[in-house]
Design a protein around this ligand. Structure first.
Ligand code: HEM
Length: 186
């Protein structure tokens, strides 16, 4: 069996923990700010071929997010990162328990200020042609996710991410954001 080349995803493999998470989430009368800690585990699961024309190297991950104050799990996410070595496209696909699924496509960015880092940016829109957002009719009507964007920076044993979900909720447009810096576990 030939060795699978995971390209930029190789550095993600493993277990990461971070306790400096910041979540800004919608409330009927404004927003709430939720400090959190989390564990993300990335596992290499091999490659897949599509239509005999595309080969993707794939990681599966689970993300478990807990409130700093109580330890309660208040966000749970599971999905895949894939990399196409021919086109360089990275795809982040995942679901969350609210009944929302996202396929966000993007690429590795050249960040001259961080020469030894790998920076990946992906995004999706609910009207997207390349990727997209699927959600239940309840969520479409009451808490519609219209866009998702994420930047992930891996530098040695540090993993930083920032993500924004544009929501239509409580009769307004809301920028739901999360960011954290995690450390690779030995
Ligand atoms: C670290 C990751 C995340 C955390 C900690 C988080 C946390 C939260 C919290 C605390 C709320 C408010 C819940 C409430 O007041 O009932 C919320 C709402 C929401 N989140 Fe997230 N979220 C995360 C990621 C995401 C992602 C990736 C998506 C979609 C792609 C998403 C979609 C939503 C939606 C649609 C709502 C509105 C539902 C509501 O408030 O009733 N979230 N989130």
């Amino acid at each position: 069996m030939s060795e699978i080349n995971y390209g930029p995803l190789q550095q993600l493999i493993g277990t990461w923990k971070g306790d400096k998470g910041t979540d800004i989430a919608p409330e009927p009368n404004g927003e709430e700010n939720n400090p959190y800690f989390e564990t993300i585990t990335f596992e290499a699961i091999g490659d897949v071929s599509n239509a005999e024309a595309q080969t993707l190297a794939v990681l599966h991950y689970t993300q478990i997010v807990q409130r700093s104050e109580s330890g309660d799990v208040f966000h749970h996410q599971s999905g895949y990162w894939s990399w196409d070595s021919i086109t360089g496209v990275v795809t982040h696909s995942f679901t969350i328990p609210r009944g929302v699924g996202v396929v966000a496509c993007g690429k590795v960015l050249d960040d001259e200020s961080l020469p030894d880092a790998t920076v990946m940016q992906v995004s999706a829109e609910d009207t997207g042609f390349d990727g997209g957002i699927a959600q239940t009719s309840f969520m479409q009507k009451k808490a519609n996710t219209t866009a998702f964007s994420q930047i992930l920076t891996i530098q040695g044993d540090s993993l930083k991410y920032q993500q924004t979900m544009m929501l239509d909720i409580y009769s307004k447009t809301f920028e739901h954001t999360d960011s954290n810096t995690l450390v690779r576990q030995p």
